[in-house]
Write a protein that binds this ligand. Structure first.
Ligand code: C2E
Ligand code: CA
Ligand code: CA
Length: 670
């Protein structure tokens, strides 16, 4: 599975060496050439000087010979030149430039009498020879001339020796330069490799990182071409944050490495050309080339990819050992297929991501394959996200109220409810979107949480619900408690208590008529902070209840520490009545009563459930059996119908028929 990382960047190292060596070579060549030219000039000047000196010595020695026109003496003087082999020829001439004596070395040509030009220059040089003339004087009168010719061969020999030296020094220097540059190149290559590594490899797991993931996915899609198929699995660990927060980052990193190892084992066994990447904190990706270039049916490709996803989930099932802890890790996996779901890297990744979120929403530890419906949902979610901000300003939000009814009343079990037995209402928010229509809180509360919009939204719900309760009290003479839901983010808002107090003051609702509902899981997120929060709300006289009880993981010991007055048994348990839900409801009710809490059963839908809850001693009930959530005026009408004499018993369980149903389609009313 581990293919080597390929990079498209040119190797810097080679060009560095080439450029540096070429530069050094050129510099040395130019320097060498200049040195040799200067050396030639210097040697030549020295030779000219020497030959002049020799000619002058000969001249001094031939004064007498010239004065007395003594040929023999002149010839003897010249014969002394034999000792200097580079002097090829010489001559002594009278003042009238008649030769007195001539000397030649070997078969060299004799010198000729100096002409006017020669006398002016005093020396003449060719490529091979140098000829100088020196006048001979006696008593300030020129009595003759000495001409000496020297060969340049010795000068060339010297120059050659010098050139050989220069070139060898140059070669030596180049060698040295090569060593230095080669070392530099090695350093550059190393740095390059390291940069490449950092850019492509995740340092914790040593897997390809997000950057490398994109490159590799691109390569795989290209390789698959028109016929082949590629499966992309995006995998998100469900509870990694908890491990990181409770056991520390070191252990978090160790866990990631262990997860990576197990995933790689799965991939190795899968017999596919596949690669595992770590593309985020707790996100991994598997790129699996399902058929190479070969044609493959979509169904077959999907089966392969889903099989791999299942094996990935199975591989994580066994606990991980960290120090003395046994950690259970689950993941949500999203699968999307090239070319069936998308033809490019971006869309394929986005689709796998969408599928992954679906798996997560379906209760985690699950895999989901991308479908086009998911895409529509994702688009709708984006729309909701984009429009929600304006919803508040444009007054598109509204509240529905669902009554809570006292169950522990005197008289027969099936006696109609009276107005007096309606204990209060729960306020439930809805959004009337101008184009989409009514949207339920299940769709937008989570979005509001993520964007932080829940804080102003929650405040609006609180204020509106309190205003409504006051209006019912003042205008209709009905006193109802009103329960308002608090989200996780709201409980972490440091201004919450102050805001709640402000709303109570503004609206004039007595604090004991307000109830705040916090879900069990939110309560357990930060126990100490929530105890402090609930204490201050409780101190202000506000009632508090635990929502969706039984779905979180509260322990009794903790429950005792919260100043809670009520438990709301989650709908899922009531739904399992008659059946195993009874035992759970019974236990919760007994436990709550022992802690002096009241119990509300949520989602009561049929009379049988109601009877069982009454038998179990449940204090309050809420559900479609009594009424669906409905808008304020419809709820008032429902209340007023309860005690009206023309109602027979059947109307007792009415759910606020006409008006609310019309304005709130049943699918959205709860
Ligand atoms: P919840 O607090 O558990 O609210 C009860 C939900 O159960 C409501 O759904 C209600 O319509 C529904 N329900 C009531 N009786 C029955 C029944 O007999 N059968 C069935 N099947 N369902 C019933 P709704 O209104 O869709 O609200 C869903 C969730 O949205 C609420 O669950 C609550 O967690 C959240 N929510 C609603 N309004 C607000 C709000 O203003 N702020 C916050 N933070 N959350 C809210
Ligand atoms: Ca609630
Ligand atoms: Ca609930």
């Amino acid at each position: 599975m581990s293919e080597s990382i390929t990079t498209s960047r040119p190797r810097l190292g080679h060009s560095v060496v080439r450029a540096n060596m070429a530069g050094a070579g050129a510099a040395l060549t130019i320097a060498g050439f200049l040195l040799i030219v200067f050396q030639f000039i210097a040697l030549h000047a020295a030779l000219v000087r020497d030959v002049h000196v020799q000619a002058r010595i000969v001249g001094a020695n031939s004064v007498a010979a010239l004065l007395f026109n003594d040929r023999r003496a002149a010839e003897e003087t010249l014969a002394a030149l034999e000792a200097s082999p580079s002097l090829r020829a010489a001559g002594i001439f009278s003042a009238l430039r008649k030769p007195l004596a001539l000397y030649q070395h070997g078969d060299a040509a004799p010198v000729r009498a100096p002409d006017a030009a020669m006398l002016r220059e005093s020396d003449v040089s060719t490529l091979t020879t140098l000829e100088v003339v020196e006048p001979v004087e006696s008593e300030r009168r020129v009595i003759g001339y000495v001409v000496v010719r020297s060969s340049l061969s010795e000068l060339y020999m010297q120059l050659l020796g010098y050139a050989v030296l220069t070139v060898s020094v140059g070669i030596g220097a180049m060698g040295l330069a090569y060593l230095v540059i080669a070392r530099m190149r090695r350093a550059v290559l190393q740095a390059e490799a390291h940069l490449d590594y950092l850019a492509h490899i995740d340092s914790v797991t040593e897997l390809p990182n997000r950057h490398a993931f994109n490159e590799r996915l691109q390569v795989s899609l290209k390789r698959a071409g028109q016929a082949g198929a590629v499966g992309l699995l995006l995998l998100d660990l469900d509870n990694f944050k908890v491990v990181n927060d409770t056991l520390g980052h070191n252990n978090g990193d160790r866990l990631l490495r262990q997860v990576a190892r197990r995933l790689n084992d799965v991939i190795d066994q899968a017999n596919l050309r596949a690669v595992l990447c770590r593309i985020g904190g707790d996100e991994f990706a598997v790129i699996a080339e399902l058929s190479g270039r070969a044609q493959i049916a979509e169904a077959e490709a999907a089966t392969l990819a889903e099989g791999l996803a299942k094996r990935v989930l199975a591989a994580l099932a066994a606990p991980f050992a960290l120090d003395l802890h046994q950690i259970y890790v689950t993941a949500s996996v999203g699968v999307s297929l090239y070319p069936h779901d998308a033809r490019d890297v971006q869309v394929l990744t986005r689709n796998a991501d969408t599928a992954m979120y679906h798996a997560k929403n379906r209760g985690k530890n699950a895999a989901a394959s991308f479908t086009s419906e998911m895409d529509q949902q994702a688009r709708r979610r984006l729309r909701v996200e984009a429009d929600l901000r304006r919803a508040l300003d444009r007054e598109e939000l509204l509240l529905a109220y669902q009554p809570q009814v006292r169950l522990r009343t005197e008289g027969a079990h099936d006696a109609p409810i009276s107005k007096a037995n309606v204990y209060g209402v729960e306020a439930l928010v809805r959004w009337r979107h101008p184009e989409i229509g009514l949207i339920g809180p299940g769709e937008f509360i989570a979005v509001a949480e993520e964007t932080g919009l829940i804080v102003p939204l929650g405040l609006w719900v609180l204020r509106t619900a309190c205003q409504q309760a006051v209006r019912w009290m003042r205008e209709d003479g009905i006193t109802l408690r009103v329960a308002v839901n608090l989200s996780a983010r709201q409980t972490r808002d440091p201004a919450l208590v102050e805001n709640v107090m402000d709303v109570l003051r503004e609206t004039g609702l007595p604090p004991h008529q307000l109830e705040l509902e916090i879900t069990e899981s939110v309560l357990m997120e930060d126990i100490e902070a929530n105890i402090a929060l609930l204490e201050s709300l409780h101190a202000a006289g506000i009632s508090l209840s635990i929502d969706d009880f039984g779905t979180g993981y509260s322990s009794l010991a903790y429950l005792q520490r919260f100043p809670i007055q009520k438990l709301k048994i989650d709908r899922s348990f009531v739904q399992r009545m008659p059946g195993d839900g009874e035992a759970i409801a019974g236990a919760v009710i007994a436990m709550a009563h022992s802690l002096r809490m009241q119990v509300v059963a949520e989602g009561v839908e049929d009379p049988e459930q109601l009877a069982l809850l009454r038998d179990a001693g449940c204090d309050l009930g809420q559900g479609y059996l009594f009424s669906r959530p409905q808008q304020a005026d419809a709820l008032l009408a429902w209340l007023n119908r309860l005690d009206s004499p023309e109602d027979d018993g059947s109307a007792v369980f009415a759910d606020g028929e006409a008006a609310p149903r019309a304005s709130l389609p049943s699918s959205l009313a709860g």
